[in-house]
Design a protein around this ligand. Sequence first.
Ligand SMILES: NC(=O)c1ccc[n+]([C@@H]2O[C@H](COP(=O)([O-])OP(=O)(O)OC[C@H]3O[C@@H](n4cnc5c(N)ncnc54)[C@H](OP(=O)(O)O)[C@@H]3O)[C@@H](O)[C@H]2O)c1
Length: 367
Amino acid sequence: MTQTPSQPLRVVQFSTGHVGEHSLRHIIESPHLELVGLHASNPTKIGRDAAELCGLDAPTGVVATDDRDALVALGADCVLYTAQGETRPREVLEDLTAFLAAGTNVVSTALIWLIHPAHGEAWLREPLEAACREGGATMLVTGIDPGFSGDVLPLAAMRLSQRVDKVTVQEIFDYATYDDAEFTGVTFGFGQHADAEPPVLFWPGVLASTWGGLVHGLADALGVEVEELRESHDTWVTPERIDCAMMTVEPGHVAAIRFGVEGLVGGEPVIVMEHVNRLTEAAAPDWPYPPAGHPGVHRVLVEGRPGIEVNVHLEPGGDTNLGGIVATAATAVNAVPAVCAAAPGLIGQQDLPLAQAQGLMRGPMRG
Ligand SMILES: NC(=O)c1ccc[n+]([C@@H]2O[C@H](COP(=O)([O-])OP(=O)(O)OC[C@H]3O[C@@H](n4cnc5c(N)ncnc54)[C@H](OP(=O)(O)O)[C@@H]3O)[C@@H](O)[C@H]2O)c1
């Protein structure tokens, strides 16, 4: 178990976007963390108090800046990096190597290709490893999917197994309430014409580089070797106009996608990561749905003895997409004490303790 730090850990929050707003709030509210700096790139946010940027009332005295080097110079224990990463990896590498080389640990939701660092590509991994060595610092990339549903959850489930024949990890989610047309919409190809070029997610190798690390991670944990990663994808085109918070989809345009990465062992697909993502319940009626009454599920199916099914529903009865963003931020913030206590280098979930719940019960229950 990670020890409760004797002094609050000094943390910089980097970005105030979808995930960043919630990690900022979590840091401010945590008894074990102290917010010492805040980055924002948006000019309308610079100079504003952190509390205002995450919907809290009491000012923190920490105001947003776009001066990365000034934040590095604070010598914080950790930077919580939630800026958009996949569209601007070179800039993100510059930011992260600056913090690491100065001795500041990093927990990032960006650069999701590094969730399982041993299987990350060298052009990303090597500069970060060098910066970790230079600063004696540690870096973790985390989130919910990837970061929890394809690693923490199946690893916990397999503690119940006598024999495992196949592991399948699924995200089946209605993204209708997720207001992110610019990144998720474009990357996943929602709203594009049926005959348009495939979205970036379906370019050869992209699914394997994003979810394949999870397949390899489970294979490592099971002590088997994956011979091949096999990608698959499909789209569903709506016959009727669909209006939702993500976007409006005209008839003849894409309103649902499904994709997967299969890890072959002994010629069989035995470790599988699958997504079904639709815009509104009406989309792709023949594809799998979450259990009745839920707009989304993160699911682990373990075939073997015994068979195991784990279904995770975020914010039941509420906005599951918001629940997913809050949970993504929480996985990152909750990992900060363990990452600060870990040995230097690029690490993954397998290097951290399962219990990361210190400080989560607040108010009268707080010890
Ligand atoms: N593994 C998972 O489960 C999971 C889930 C969700 C997200 N993610 C990842 O987490 C990251 C953040 O996601 P998000 O949904 O919060 O993204 P987002 O809302 O699209 O962007 C986050 C923030 O990035 C900052 N930013 C954008 N362009 C920038 C630039 N040129 N320079 C500096 N900062 C810039 C902005 O911060 P300011 O507004 O403060 O200027 C923006 O609000 C992404 O890389 C995403 O892939 C992972």
